[in-house]
Design a protein around this ligand. Sequence first.
Ligand SMILES: [Zn+2]
Length: 120
Amino acid sequence: MFLPAHPGCPDDVKGDGAACGSAVARLAKRVGSRAVTPERTCIACRGRAPQSELLRLVRRGDLVVDGTSPRLPGRGGYVHHGCLDLAGKRQSIRRNFGSGAVLDPSVGAPGGSSGDGGLR
Ligand SMILES: [Zn+2]
């Protein structure tokens, strides 16, 4: 491992931050030159992912519901589809939305809100 080059590196005669061949500089250039999908942080695992891959949660009253589509206004948070369980275990819902907030049980449930199946 070596330390990545920094902007203003003494060897950087061109002034573009790429004098050291640093991966960081190249990455910065690439990211800066193209439109990127906005990234959001999952409230459960704190991992970052493109917004389109995350579930948007919105607090409505005391209930935190799926506000992905249609996109609901209001205090929002993002979570991986697979992290809903984790969010509950880690109290991420309450931490992100405030005390009293409860995740709507139908969020992430197969079949959505149409019937509860009664399997369990
Ligand atoms: Zn996650």
